[in-house]
Design a protein around this ligand. Structure first.
Ligand SMILES: C[C@H](O)[C@H](O)[C@H]1CNC2=NC(N)=NC(=O)C2=N1
Length: 91
């Protein structure tokens, strides 16, 4: 089981644009149209399944909010900050 990151580690390791909210890191991505956001969610889902680490995803109009936490560990781990970077690469 991965170790929980300290507050300082989260601040240092969370990629730009990702904010810490309690036991989660969160980012909202903006898109030119609704379906571009939906297509992005598909790519995110594929990465999540490959990594077997799954975010919560909210699809809005021209925006997608992604929340990451490590449920089994009960907080933010290296897996979360690593996946945040992988999701950014899918934009
Ligand atoms: C049994 C447990 O749900 C699995 O090991 C995986 C699936 N995906 C997961 N995703 C996230 N975000 N946290 C987990 O602890 C997690 N666990």
């Amino acid at each position: 089981m991965a170790d929980l990151l300290t507050d300082d580690e989260i601040a240092r390791k969370a990629p730009d644009g990702w904010e810490r909210e309690g036991d989660e890191i969160v980012k909202t991505y903006e898109f030119d149209d609704y379906l571009k956001g939906v297509e992005f969610v598909t790519r995110v889902g594929e990465v999540a399944e490959e990594q077997f680490h799954h975010p919560e995803i909210r699809v809005g109009y021209k925006e997608v909010e992604i929340r990451l936490t490590s449920h089994e560990e009960g907080g933010i781990t290296e897996k979360d900050v690593r996946l945040a970077g992988l999701f950014d690469d899918e934009v």
